[in-house]
Design a protein around this ligand. Structure first.
Ligand code: PMP
Length: 377
């Protein structure tokens, strides 16, 4: 129950076990084409959007948006935590003008504040984080994007901790760049950055951009188009074996159905939150900002790293808290998880916290989680 890499289905892992496949083999080109088409679907994008799968990770996908930016362009970063701040860290490496709106821990920057800042159309790009993994805060990126549409050229959303676990409707919401990574709610091994770009965003990729070489999407564009058309292409070596896993995972996601998948994530997340609150602990994200994929759990007395050490020795891997202003640990619940995972996680967490001396109502978390599940499934 880590925040990523998440637990991976054996079928997904095995899809990547190939002895002899090069990047020009028909088998790989087919898998890559399927994966690119699957990416569009899981991002709520249509054929006007250009999908990309590039080597690297979520951070590579984030940095690749510099392919659309030129010297002196103004970018507004909406930061709800550590991964929002990452946008600032990346963009300040380039000759750009960056302004940041920052939320308090467990909170999200308000729509009103964003709209106020965007008035007058002074920004070329805005970046937002759909689910801020450091706190588990989900931002209503769809509603905000709709209202921003006429005020900014490029709307970029980091969906690293949302795509595959939360509803994503890039086209309907008017988002230009939606990006993610392979190892989170898509439930694959790490190693790829994944993006869709609207027509406007694709046309904004420029040879005059501030991007470096490897992450310049202009270098990857023709490769992606070729692959989808069943032809080979090379700019740099793609994570060939991982692409087979991504293709398999997206096929399984389609079989499950996106609506079913989001419902499953919501059910597991609700069960976990009910369990955490039932045992007397606080969820980090403020009410109304809960995500389906990550829950932060605040602790008073125990050292969160002791909680992690103890649970892992019993076979349950949790994630450390990374927001400097809070004392907490995180439970990841994305990908292939089910309600039984939620129940066993709550049981282990309340027992562990109690053993380590944290004030906790042992058994009450489990009772609340069971009640939530019974009432909602
Ligand atoms: N954005 C978010 C919301 C994330 O959760 C992460 C990874 N935890 C990243 C960006 C960076 O992704 P990666 O570690 O794959 O580079």
């Amino acid at each position: 129950m880590h925040v990523g890499p998440s637990i991976i289905e054996t079928e997904v892992l095995l899809a990547g076990v190939k002895e002899n496949v090069g990047f020009t083999s028909p088998e790989f080109i087919e898998a890559m084409g399927n994966a690119l088409r699957g990416v569009r679907k899981v991002m709520g994008a249509d054929n006007t959007y250009q999908p990309f799968i590039i080597p690297g990770s979520g951070t590579a996908a984030m940095e690749s948006v510099t392919s659309l930016l030129r010297k002196g362009d103004r970018v507004l970063v909406v930061s709800n935590g550590v991964f929002g701040d990452r946008w600032e860290a990346i963009l300040r490496k380039y000759p750009l003008e960056v302004k940041v709106l920052r939320a308090g821990p467990g909170d999200a920057v308000s729509e009103a504040e964003i709209l106020r800042e965007m008035e007058g159309g002074k920004y070329k790009m805005i970046t937002m984080t759909h689910v801020e993994t450091s706190t588990g805060v989900k931002m209503p990126v769809g509603e905000v994007s709709r209202k921003l549409r006429d005020h900014v050229e490029i709307i970029t959303v980091d969906g690293v901790a949302s795509v595959g676990g939360e509803e994503v409707k890039a086209r309907e919401w008017g988002v230009d760049i939606y990006l993610t990574a392979s190892q989170k709610a898509l439930g694959c091994p790490p190693g790829a950055g994944i993006l869709v770009l609207s027509e406007r965003a694709t046309n904004t990729i420029s040879t005059q951009s501030v991007a470096g070489y490897f992450l310049d999407l202009g270098n990857w564009l023709q490769v992606m188009r070729n692959m989808e058309e069943g032809r080979g292409g090379y700019f740099a070596t793609l994570p060939v074996h991982l692409v087979f896993s991504i293709s398999k995972a997206l096929e399984m996601i389609e079989e499950e159905g996106l609506e079913n998948r989001f419902r499953r994530h919501a059910l597991v997340a609700g069960t976990i939150r009910a369990g955490v609150e039932g045992m007397g602990k606080r969820v980090v994200a403020k009410r109304g900002l809960y995500s389906n994929t990550v829950t932060g759990v605040e602790v008073e007395r125990v050292n969160p790293s002791d909680v992690l050490k103890t649970t892992i020795s019993g076979g349950l891997e949790l994630a450390p808290g990374v927001h400097p202003a809070l004392k907490y640990f995180r439970i990841g619940h994305m990908g292939w998880i089910n309600p039984n995972d939620a129940i066993s996680t709550i049981a282990v967490v309340e027992r562990t916290l109690s053993k380590l001396g944290e004030p906790v109502k042992v058994g009450e978390g489990l009772r609340s989680a069971q009640e939530f599940l019974s009432a909602n499934s």
